[in-house]
Design a protein. Structure first.
Length: 308
């Protein structure tokens, strides 16, 4: 009887746990839809902005803009690692932290002085537990980032880069491909690299864009040849900081969407596992209960036979 009571207690406990994981799965599914909408809304703007920069950045302009400065030697770098504020998302945060530590180790092995910046409670807690110094720690952004919150993270680093206090700035974030595919990604935001629209000269340095007639015909209407006003310099002076802020914003929204996708997958797996365990425990309980009933019947029959 004690075994049956213990099994019944476990069945009730696992049943309550399954209700919790199922509810969390449904909440994450709802949040994932809104977060993925923000990702899909941010991508076209970023692609158009990158395409415009690809047409404006030329070798002679790269020498006049601090954000385009390519250092001869990297001495100081900043790494921004974005994690979530909450757990129960499987290996989501662990993968991001592992990617950040790999990047920091690689830069340190090259003699680079690395300043680590953590966004998200999980990353902050891990690096503090490892007693690794953090230049900044932000846990106030949450899973609904805005362009203002992105600017508050990246603007101090951009200013340090312009003052030559930093030579490179990296962002470690999750790339949102789908709810089931959220790999950690390293993005170098500073110095701003010439977008892929610009070709590469034979020596490997960015060159001027070479547009063939076929490419010109295949180009969308918004990318047709245009005149610049007031000048390429003035436009780049406004677009380059905007591009850096937008890169940070995309990293934040993609990580937020990836977090909900990872949590939904983890909670679905936990719910399925709880269901399998309940099936097993119910079968075990029924067998124990049947054995107990059989034993009681045998005792009754034995007692009746003894009285005869």
């Amino acid at each position: 009887m004690a075994k049956a009571r213990e099994l019944k207690r476990r069945i009730r406990s696992i049943g309550k746990t399954r209700q919790i994981t199922r509810t969390m799965e449904m909440v994450s599914t709802s949040k994932l839809k809104r977060a993925s909408d923000r990702v899909h809304a941010a991508r076209p703007y970023a692609q158009h902005l990158r395409a415009v920069l690809g047409r404006l950045i030329e070798p002679e302009l790269m020498e006049r803009f601090p954000l385009l400065r390519q250092p001869d030697r990297v001495r100081r770098a900043a790494v921004v690692v974005i994690t979530s504020n909450r757990g129960l998302a499987g290996a989501f945060n662990a993968n991001l932290i592992r990617e950040a530590r790999t990047l920091v180790s690689r830069l340190a092995s090259q003699g680079v002085d690395v300043a680590l910046h953590a966004v998200g409670r999980k990353g902050i807690a891990f690096f503090r537990f490892k007693k690794q110094a953090l230049a900044t720690a932000r846990a106030d952004i949450g899973d609904r980032p805005t362009i203002e919150s992105a600017a508050s993270v990246i603007e101090p680093l951009r200013i340090q880069f312009e003052r030559r206090e930093l030579d490179e700035v990296y962002i470690v974030h999750a790339r949102f491909r789908s709810a089931l595919s959220t790999p950690p990604t390293v993005m170098k935001v500073l110095p701003v690299a010439p977008p892929a629209a610009a070709s590469t000269e034979s020596d490997g340095r960015p060159g001027r864009e070479q547009v063939t007639e076929a490419a010109r015909q295949a180009r969308p209407a918004w990318q047709a040849d245009f005149r610049l006003s007031p000048s390429a310099d003035a436009i780049l002076d406004r677009l380059l900081p905007l591009y850096v802020r937008n890169s940070m914003y995309r990293a934040l929204v993609e990580t937020a969407a990836a977090e909900h996708g990872a949590r939904r997958s983890a909670m679905k797996s936990a719910t399925d596992n709880a269901g399998d365990m309940l099936d097993y425990l119910n079968r075990t309980y029924n067998r124990a209960r049947q054995a107990q009933i059989t034993q009681e019947i045998a005792e009754i029959v034995g007692g009746a036979a003894a009285l005869e």
